[in-house]
Ligand binder design. Structure first.
Ligand code: FAQ
Length: 162
């Protein structure tokens, strides 16, 4: 698709958008703009408007709860909750590994214990075990009213960076 065709498509979508779609377009465009200015971050993180912080041996990621991440019953899609758990636990593991190492998720278990509603989700991760080959972590996702919505444990396999 050429840039002119893309511009035309974008114009058509914006012209036909209802209020919710207009908000979704705004979120997607602001996410893409963020990715443009932070090349090291992933598209996933930019489109989720994720903000991460490492503090006191924990890694935390916050994301706003928007229509983009909800399913058709207006609660956060379980796959999105899994994504922020994986990103938060993976981010923690990469924080504690030396620069020549990376890690991939090799196993993850999630209990979804309450629906994802409210304005924002906060995911907090901790290390349970660090070995030479694997790191085992725990992650919890909370709503902004403090309710735990998901609990997870995961194993990350340590590899050499290529
Ligand atoms: C790698 C493994 C877990 C295990 O491997 P198997 O084949 O079962 O075992 P095998 O013994 O044959 O091999 C081990 C040997 O091979 C090496 N080695 C292997 N692969 C690589 C490699 N790519 N690059 C370099 N080395 C590699 C390995 O070091 C070892 O070397 P050694 O011989 O001991 O010196 C595999 O099942 C797999 O890739 N699963 C899919 C994981 C996945 O996609 N997860 C989801 C996406 S991750 C995510 O999103 C998390 C995240 C969050 C936030 C931010 C960032 C990240």
């Amino acid at each position: 698709m050429t840039k002119e065709e893309l511009l035309q498509l974008t114009k058509e979508i914006i012209q036909n958008a209802d209020e919710e779609n207009q908000y979704v377009i705004e979120l997607l465009l602001k996410g893409l703009k963020r990715k443009e200015f932070n090349e090291k971050g992933s598209y996933i993180s930019a489109l989720l408007h994720a903000v991460g912080e490492y503090k006191d041996n924990q890694f935390t990621i916050k994301i706003p709860n928007t229509p983009i991440i909800q399913n058709d019953i207006n609660i956060v899609h379980g796959g999105i909750t899994a994504t922020i758990l994986d990103s938060t636990m993976g981010g923690l593991v990469h924080h504690i590994l030396p620069p020549d190492k990376a890690a991939v998720t090799s196993e993850m278990k999630i209990n979804y214990v309450a629906p994802g509603i409210g304005k924002e989700l906060t995911c907090i991760s901790n290390t349970i075990h660090k070995g030479n080959k694997t790191v085992v972590t725990e992650g919890k996702v909370f709503r902004d009213d403090g309710t735990l919505i998901a609990h997870s444990t995961a194993t990350f396999f340590i590899i050499n960076r290529g």
